[in-house]
Design a protein around this ligand. Structure first.
Ligand code: PMP
Length: 448
């Protein structure tokens, strides 16, 4: 025990010494040894129920045996070739599958990359060039990545620190809990669309100079903001009316999480371009832009990285898509999401500082406020809640432009007993924070 404790301490100080703050966001002092299914085990052998899926990557659960086998086999047969310069079957097969699995029957092609940021970087470079229209529109609160071009499409505080995106106009995104224009959720959504058409198109981004609108069907990092079901179809209508491409960023919510393979299917929208990442490779780096051939062919060698579409990541992605479909994980997301929402509504009734609970499938948000009337964000308390959940054996994370929203996104393989256990831990952690069990100084080095 003594030896294990010193192993953790040693790793903590080495982490501090050598890993730059540019890539550190620690929400709990978790030192991981291994993970299986929905359980992460730390270096001391302690198990945690994971309600994050590692930022929505482990949709098929950690260490799925069929995916592990596919990766091992692929690597021993062909450890690497660069798909930029030679052909291997996995690369072509994955592109064919993505074309078949995404909405729209027009002639599509695929550009692979290694991360969500890299895929959206490709979009920000190639779409204006291919269409000859330099401007793009994105939404306030949108998160599309941290590389220069993808950061330029984003509009969330930790990314808007960087300059860039001079060709991008950011439009308001409807927020049912905190309506931008006031009124009901539906009125707010209609106002956002009206503002886009009557103000932004007229004053800032004339459609004839604008190539595309990029949107997350549900905003994720902004704090699980689920617009009314009418918003995305309304946006699609505007795109058709003004001849703009609709780009759907499914990096976080895709691959079954919302209860259908893609989030846009929940509201019957067919985007022109879809961007897929995170969970696509079940933990191996791979992302994809799926879009019209005439757009993705228009800039030859415009977005080619040495490792894009490498054999191992493609094998992981093919096995991953097969598991999501054959195990009915989208349907499980619907069922387990409903079960979780029902627990959360009960919990909300007992804890005054839960301002709002919302979700689609297993993409669930809990917004914490100091006062239900003023909706003052409970940022510190949210950090404490995640810390307390960690002490009680559960990994929870929080997001949001006010850092006060729990983003609950477990692996889609989660079962009813695990949902029930997770919600019981959450209930207890809320009570413990209310009773002052987590002192302020505990939060010093963790959190946003
Ligand atoms: N798009 C969305 C919707 C995201 O949530 C993120 C990451 N949070 C990205 C793109 C960027 O993905 P990555 O971190 O893989 O670069």
């Amino acid at each position: 025990m003594q030896e294990l404790a010193s192993r953790t301490e040693d790793l903590a100080s080495r982490d501090e010494r050598v890993i730059a703050d540019s890539m550190r966001l620690r929400q709990a002092p978790l030192f991981v040894d291994r993970a299986q299914g929905c359980t992460i085990t730390d270096l001391d052998g302690r198990d945690y129920l994971d309600l994050t899926a590692g930022w929505c990557v482990a949709n098929t659960g950690y260490g799925h045996p069929r995916i592990a086998e596919a990766i091992a086999q692929s690597y021993s047969r062909l450890s690497f070739v660069s798909a930029v310069s030679v052909v291997h079957p996995g690369f072509v097969e994955l592109a064919e599958q993505l074309i078949a699995l995404t909405p729209g029957s027009w002639r599509k092609k695929v550009t692979f990359a290694n991360s969500g940021s890299e895929a959206n970087e490709g979009v920000s470079k190639m779409v204006p060039m291919a269409t000859g229209r330099p401007r793009m529109i994105s939404f306030m609160g949108g998160m599309h990545g941290m590389s220069a071009g993808s950061a330029g499409l984003s509009a969330i505080p930790f990314v808007t620190r960087f300059s860039g995106g001079g060709h991008v106009t950011r439009a308001p995104f409807p927020n049912p809990y905190r309506p931008v224009f006031g009124g009901t959720a539906e009125q707010d959504s209609a106002e956002c669309l009206r503002f886009l058409e009557e103000q932004i198109f007229v004053q800032l981004a004339p459609p004839e100079q604008t190539s595309a609108i990029i949107v997350e069907p549900i905003q994720s990092d902004a704090g699980v903001i689920i617009p009314p079901d009418s918003f995305l179809p309304g946006l699609e209508r505007l795109c058709r009316k003004y001849n703009l491409l609709l780009i759907d960023d499914e990096v976080k919510i895709g691959c079954g999480r919302t209860g259908s393979l893609w989030g846009c299917e929940q509201v019957g929208v067919s985007p022109d371009i879809m961007v897929i990442g995170k969970s696509l490779g079940a933990g191996l780096p791979i992302s994809a832009i799926v879009g019209p051939a005439q757009i993705l062919d228009a800039v030859p060698l415009g977005h080619a990285f040495t490792l894009s579409g490498n054999p191992t990541s493609c094998a992981a992605a093919l096995a991953n898509l097969e598991v999501i479909q054959s195990e009915g994980l989208a349907a499980n997301a619907t069922a387990m999401g409903a079960r979780m929402m029902s627990h959360l509504r009960d919990i909300q009734a007992r804890h005054e500082w839960i301002g709002d609970v919302r979700g689609k499938g297993l993409f669930v948000g809990v917004e914490l406020v100091r006062d239900r009337h003023t909706k003052e964000a409970a940022g510190l308390e949210t950090a404490k809640l995640c810390y307390r959940a960690f002490e009680l054996g559960m990994i929870l994370q929080y997001m949001g432009v006010r850092a006060n929203v729990l983003e609950i996104t477990p692996p889609l393989t989660i079962n009813a007993a695990e949902v029930d256990r997770g919600m019981a831990i959450l209930d207890r952690a809320l009570t413990d924070v209310e009773n002052g069990l987590v002192p302020d100084d505990r939060i010093g080095k963790v959190g946003w």
